[in-house]
Design a protein around this ligand. Structure first.
Ligand code: PLP
Length: 380
């Protein structure tokens, strides 16, 4: 017999989360998550899922029937797109201007497909002309994959132009919208996006662990025409949709696939309900306004942005760490003295930049003011 470990209940303090995610969770979302658990096939729960699907469609601005939330974080949404759509031997143009583009490349290789990488410097957006050159040079490519909002650098790419190019060259587009959804303009149907995934814990300000995804009719057709079964059982959309829509189940009945994370889905439902109540365009404008406030304060402190103004993400502000300042010491003081978390640099920017998030519920005046005051005092 192992002796029982003596541990107390975990009672974390209330931190202010201004990093690259998770972001500050709406109090209403935390409350929603603590409501009574019901069965995942309970008619009341199924009704909530129908609402949730409509809310995800609104957030993505799509009428795609194949729209749902993967029961796992953004990385699983990424994998859902690649394992379902890309078949072994196919060619995928992958844009890499930060950490997450590289992860897309790894997904492509792992499904046994070939990645043609379009590299752009960290901190710059994906180059539309470089992508067009790659599409011209690879007429056999089947997909164009890119990250809309690169959280590792704070750069926003032109998803509308890139998806138009994909269409022009007969490719399906796969778009990472983990950090963009709810924070900047994103229009899935209007821009012709074929497969998109996001995450619950960035600009939706929900608890981490869920990934909204959506497939266009063309993507669904590609999935249905596969010659090989989807290699992942858990992420196989044709099975998952049997639960989410009942399409595949007998007589439209929902069939058991896996036990849905019931309470986490209450949380996502509430966060998307709040987004719908605010209105998408108002949410985009709020992120931009808070970014402008933060930006002027950071500049008065002498901090310089990594990304040029034209392609800066409002929700992820990457600034260079000033000469002679100890990265770890500053972040430790912010956490211990102000309960404030900001993000460290990732990959090529590790130790060189901070990433200050203004995501969802975190994109508000109090947070901007606290962050600027705390940084000013700590940097003195
Ligand atoms: C956070 C993030 C992911 C991964 O999401 P997880 O929820 O951490 O798995 C993927 N892409 C981008 C752009 C992200 O910011």
């Amino acid at each position: 017999m192992l002796t029982a470990p003596k541990v107390n209940s975990f009672n974390p303090p209330r931190r202010i989360l201004m990093g690259p995610g998770p972001s500050d969770v709406y109090p209403e979302v935390l409350a929603a998550q603590s409501r009574p658990t019901v069965g995942h096939l309970d008619p009341l729960f199924v009704g909530m899922m129908d609402e949730l699907k409509a809310l995800i469609q609104y957030a993505f601005q799509t009428s795609n029937p194949m729209t749902m939330a993967v029961s796992a974080p953004g990385s699983a949404g990424m994998e859902t797109c690649f394992v379902n759509l890309v078949e072994p031997g196919e060619k995928v143009i992958v844009c890499r201007n930060g950490v997450f583009g590289e992860r897309m490349r790894q997904n492509v290789e792992r499904v046994g497909a070939t990645a043609v990488v379009v590299d752009n410097e960290w901190g710059t957006p994906v180059s539309v002309s470089d992508v067009e050159a790659a599409l011209k040079a690879n007429p056999d490519a089947k997909f164009l994959a890119f990250v809309h909002a690169e959280t590792s650098t704070g750069a926003l790419s032109d998803a509308k132009a890139l998806c138009a190019l994909a269409r022009q060259y007969h490719c399906l587009s796969i778009v990472d919208a983990v950090t963009s959804l709810g924070g900047v303009e994103l229009r899935v149907d209007e821009w012709g996006i074929d497969a998109i995934y996001s995450g619950s814990q960035k600009c939706l300000s929900c608890v981490p662990g869920l990934s909204p995804v959506s497939f266009s009719p063309a993507a669904v057709e590609k999935l249905k025409g596969r010659k090989t079964p989807v290699q992942s059982w858990f992420l196989d959309q044709s099975l998952v949709m049997g639960y989410w829509s009942g399409e595949q189940g007998a007589g439209g009945k929902r069939s058991y696939h896996h036990t849905a994370p019931v309470n986490a889905l209450y949380a996502l439902h509430e966060s998307l309900r709040l987004l719908a109540e605010e209105g998408l365009e108002n949410a985009w404008a709020r992120h931009q306004n808070m970014h402008q406030q933060l930006r002027s304060g950071l500049e008065s402190l002498g901090l310089n942005f990594v990304v040029a103004e034209a392609s800066r993400l409002p929700q992820l502000n990457a600034v260079y760490i000033p000469e002679g300042v100890d990265d770890a010491v500053v972040r430790k003081q912010l956490l211990e003295n102000y309960n404030l978390e900001i993000g460290a640099g990732l990959g090529a920017l590790a130790g060189k930049a901070w990433r200050i998030g203004l995501m969802g519920f975190g994109a508000r005046r109090e947070n901007v003011a606290l962050c600027l005051k705390a940084l000013e005092e700590v940097l003195k």
